[in-house]
Design a protein around this ligand. Structure first.
Ligand SMILES: Cc1cc2nc3c(=O)[nH]c(=O)nc-3n(C[C@H](O)[C@H](O)[C@H](O)COP(=O)(O)OP(=O)(O)OC[C@H]3O[C@@H](n4cnc5c(N)ncnc54)[C@H](O)[C@@H]3O)c2cc1C
Length: 441
């Protein structure tokens, strides 16, 4: 990993920790309320930490390129999911400890009218958090569409964090000091501001930088390539392997954009970009029918999945539609006249659905590229590899010195897990493999 990325990772990690710890430490300065028993104080600390971590989730998902680039967007979303569970755990454990410690604050009130406002908001906040977690973990099982889930996710997160803040201010124990109250209210405004930035400010910029579909190309494997040109602006440059968020029908203010890798060469300098999209669900099934001339919006580029050291052999491992970033890398290296050796291990269902089959065949003659097809349903008389890409296939096709090559993996999650395990077995260090997961949720 380049030294610059290591430094950026360290700097952002420290900033992240500061955002969580600083408001907690601030509570311990200035005039302090009379101390209570250990369990009460401990549970309150958990509640405050949980809320600070929840608030920062708005920052993690705000798609700030400087923050996400050193790790890659998929890693950031993975972290977002894991850290959210910890934050929700802290917030939920907070009242449970108080109940177990027999706190008189949680004694049942004589009538509903006696319930303090701080408690009402605590229930609203925790209720929203629990609903949010249930929907995030079991969205598919609950048959909730991605779009509906996305809107509910944002609303519940705002209610949870806003409710948590009102609860803290309403309870007023640590936040009796006006400046401490101002600090926490300011932080909450900042968190919600991040959300407004993503949902209002960024779309406003995108609105002024539209694209038009210039060509719709059918590809093998129920897949379509959209060729898009910037309209009235120069567009952006990307690195091969990166992706963008596409908004096709409607304005950029639409909550849900869809992520797709760029499949075109990064050397194109007129702003034209291509995305190659497989029909896999509601949104992607309509791509083949997109009319030429359709106005679209692109947010990008994002991601850290891109070609590495020119001296290393590059092993590209693609499963199904995971071929798109690889094709962008190959096309870019062809345009650059790059001399590094490339091996593409490409897993597909059957021979007829191999997207970019003919082009890859042709490109083998232009650069040092070897394409190995692995078919899970091979046709009769197929003499190539069949089944799934695994350690045995690596050994058959890769030159020895496995730990010296760089590996790029993109495909279905099961395939990626299996390949990462196989690379581990082959003693390939983690720093030598790069992956892009097509599932953020
Ligand atoms: C970084 C990245 C790059 C990708 N590149 C490509 C590509 O080059 N070509 C390609 O065909 N596909 C690509 N995908 C996958 C593509 O984004 C999804 O297949 C597509 O959004 C599914 O939408 P749908 O409504 O058709 O399917 P649905 O049936 O609604 O969804 C299928 C699954 O896709 C996921 N999904 C749906 N909508 C979104 C969304 N807005 N954001 C994130 N995930 C979503 C959900 O897990 C959902 O369960 C990429 C995904 C990621 C994360």
């Amino acid at each position: 990993m380049p030294f610059r990325d290591l430094v950026r990772k360290a700097v952002w990690s420290v900033i992240y920790l500061l955002f969580i710890l600083a408001p907690l430490l601030a509570l311990l300065t200035g005039a302090l309320p009379p101390s209570r028993n250990f369990w009460t104080e401990f549970s309150v600390a958990l509640g405050y930490s949980g809320l600070a971590m929840m608030g920062l989730q708005f920052g993690l998902t705000a798609r700030f390129r400087h923050v996400t680039d050193p790790w890659g967007e998929d890693v950031i979303y993975h972290f977002h999911r894991r850290i959210s569970l910890i934050a929700v755990g802290l917030v939920v454990v907070h009242p449970l400890i108080l109940i177990a410690a027999g706190s008189e604050k949680l004694a049942p009130p004589e009538s509903l009218r006696d319930v303090p406002l701080g408690a009402v908001f605590a229930v609203i906040s925790i209720g929203s958090l629990i609903t949010l977690v249930i929907m995030a973990l079991w969205r598919t099982r609950l048959k909730i569409s991605y779009e509906l889930w996305h809107i509910a996710h944002i609303v519940l997160a705002v209610v949870a964090v806003g409710g948590g803040l009102v609860h803290m201010v309403g309870w007023g124990f640590y936040l009796a000091d006006p400046w401490k109250r101002a600090l926490w209210i300011g932080m909450t405004i900042f968190w919600i501001g991040l959300l407004l930035y993503v949902r209002l400010v960024k779309p406003l910029f995108m609105l002024r930088r539209p694209y038009r579909v210039a060509e719709v190309r059918q590809e093998r494997g129920d897949t379509t390539t959209l060729v898009m040109r910037p309209e009235g602006h120069p567009g952006f440059r990307f690195r091969p392997g990166q992706f963008g968020w596409l908004t096709l029908w409607g304005s950029p203010f639409k909550i849900t954009g869809h992520p797709f890798s760029f499949s075109s060469s990064a050397e194109v300098d007129d702003g034209r970009v291509e995305m190659t999209i497989r029909n896999l669900g509601d949104f992607t099934s309509a791509i083949a029918k997109v009319p030429v001339g359709q106005r679209v919006y692109l947010d990008g580029p994002y991601g850290a999945f891109t070609i590495g050291n020119p001296a290393d052999m590059h092993v590209l491992i693609a499963g199904g539609i995971g071929i798109t970033p690889m094709v962008s890398m190959i096309r870019t290296l062809v345009d650059r006249g790059d001399k590094r050796p490339l091996i593409l291990l490409y897993g597909s269902k059957d021979w007829e659905s191999v997207t970019f089959r003919e082009e890859l065949e042709a490109l083998q003659k232009r650069i040092d590229l070897t394409v190995v097809h692995v078919l899970s349903l091979p046709p009769e008389g197929w003499v190539g590899d069949s089944g799934y890409i695994n350690a045995e296939i690596f050994r058959r096709h890769l030159p020895p010195g496995y730990a010296d090559h760089e590996y790029f993996i993109c495909g279905p999650n099961v395939m990626m897990d299996a390949i990462e395990a196989a690379l581990g077995e082959m003693k390939v260090p983690l720093s030598k493999y790069h992956s892009e997961r097509y599932s953020f949720v």
